[in-house]
Design a protein around this ligand. Structure first.
Ligand code: ATP
Length: 445
């Protein structure tokens, strides 16, 4: 049964009271239905690491779907069931989610290559997991509530700060675990254990990464780039030879590290300055990684990762346009606000931050900073409706006038609604005259 100890005091210290109450209710319902119920995985790991995590995964020894439906009905919430996998999600009003999995009581078909071990169903469920630190379970049924169940040395490895697999074929079974190991290692400041590290090296050497489907590979890379600080994990990917097999020319040399560190700096600047504007920071790192590839290799990597067509096009577009804009800035370092606005406005903030990280020029960085702080949300006060009220005949000329007013506003040439209106009139006249001029020219010829 593995080692057990009661950790209700850790629960009380780490979790909000209503979550503890929820765990108790899950256990009580299990008891009523004659099922054993456990909270498992990352939730328990993070509990012991004192890291906030309310993604609750539970395993039911019994029928997870019956359990979820009964719980949902009693609590007046929704349960989304996946019959095929015998899993369900309990969806609470306040965004809280509980994933319910079934540890079947019947016989398990296990890959022939693995030693046949007779397990209880919880133990079997946990044995299929990636690392020992993710195999801890917490009993929820009333008479054993709060008991920590540790079959595979998860507590020891948390104490030793070690990422270890459960058996030697783990990476053969699922090569994405190579990237997961690297991600967890860096996230928690742990170290991949010696034996596990040599299993990773071996797995990379015998080409297991090559066997991974593009989308799964991309998904794992994306997850690494979404971590708080992905740079050490990328370095580790290079050390384990993972980057090299994805694309031989994606290397992690001093220049690459410099680019990624610049990205990190630029991202923290942005996040501090614009706290409430969400950013897909992984995208900036991803651009950083790809940016140093020769064109042909870029195509190969995008192919390898099976990126959607629109994503490929956006990446190619970004690199091309960023180069263009940086070239323009080099030729004309001191541009007017309207020119900076026009140059940067087609880009997403992530792409501009990538540009900011790749340039060494202080004046370009300053221009970008001004764009974010001052220009990007500027709008003329008058609208098409106002032009109509002024008696200007509607047509394509409206867009032209409003754009010119925006430029004037950005450059500080107009500062009020009245000044905008006066400019609109002047522009409309000019357009009208130009139109008539053209007409008389046509008539004259
Ligand atoms: P995160 O905070 O990144 O979500 P997590 O540990 O909760 O971390 P998930 O990816 O949500 O990770 O996975 C939930 C659980 O499922 C993990 O704790 C792990 O035990 C198990 N798991 C996920 N992916 C794998 C895999 N490839 N092989 C084995 N077990 C896995």
């Amino acid at each position: 049964w593995g080692r057990r100890k009661n950790i209700t005091s850790v629960l009380a210290e780490q979790l909000p009271r209503d979550i503890i109450e929820l765990l108790r209710r899950l256990g009580e319902l299990g008891e009523e239905l004659g099922y054993k119920v456990y909270a498992v995985g990352g939730f328990i790991r993070d509990l012991l690491l004192r890291r906030p995590n309310l993604d609750i995964d539970i395993v039911v020894e019994g029928d997870g779907i019956t359990f979820a439906k009964a719980f949902a009905e009693r609590a007046g919430i929704r349960a989304r069931c996946h019959k095929k996998f015998n899993t369900a999600v309990l969806i609470f009003d306040d965004n809280l989610k509980v994933d319910v999995a079934t540890a079947r009581l019947e016989y398990y078909q296990y890959p022939a290559a693995l030693p046949v071990v007779q397990f209880g169903s919880l133990k079997m469920d946990l044995y299929r997991r990636d690392f020992t630190i993710n195999t801890l379970a917490l009993a929820l049924n009333p008479d054993e509530f709060g008991q920590l169940i540790d079959f595979f040395g998860g507590q020891r490895d948390i104490k030793e700060k070690a990422i270890r697999v459960l058996h030697n074929l783990s990476f053969v079974e699922d090569p994405t675990r190579i990237l997961r190991a690297i991600r967890f290692e860096q996230r928690f400041g742990f170290r991949v254990g010696k034996q596990t590290a040599s299993l990773i090296r071996h797995a990379v050497k015998i080409g297991l990464i090559e066997r991974l489907g593009g989308q799964r590979l991309f998904h794992e890379i994306q997850h690494i780039l979404m971590e708080e600080d992905p740079v050490p994990a990328i370095r580790r990917m290079a050390e384990f030879g993972v980057l090299g097999v994805i694309c031989p020319s994606v290397c992690f040399d001093a220049k690459a590290e410099e680019t990624l560190l610049q990205i990190k700096e630029v991202l923290s600047w942005y996040e501090l300055s614009f706290l409430d504007e969400p950013l897909e920071s992984w995208w900036v790192y991803f651009l950083g990684l790809l940016s140093r590839l020769p064109h042909k290799d870029l195509q190969k990597v995008m192919e390898r990762l099976d990126l959607a067509q629109n994503m490929r096009e956006r990446i190619a577009w970004t690199f091309q346009r960023v180069n263009q804009v940086l070239g323009d800035f080099l030729r004309l370092p001191h541009q007017r606000p309207s020119a900076i606005y026009r140059a940067l406005q087609p880009f997403r903030p992530e792409e501009i931050l990538f540009m900011m990280a790749t340039t060494q020029r202080e004046e370009v960085r300053r221009a970008i900073s001004h764009y974010f702080h001052r220009y990007r949300h500027v709008q003329p006060e008058i609208r098409g409706r106002d032009l109509k009220e002024m008696g200007i005949p509607p047509g394509p000329v409206y867009a032209k006038i409003l754009n010119r007013i925006l430029d004037a506003r950005l450059n500080g040439e107009v500062r009020s609604r009245e000044e905008e209106a006066a400019l609109a009139r002047r522009l409309a006249w000019r357009e009208l005259e130009a139109g008539e001029g053209k007409e008389s020219h046509v008539h004259g010829s």
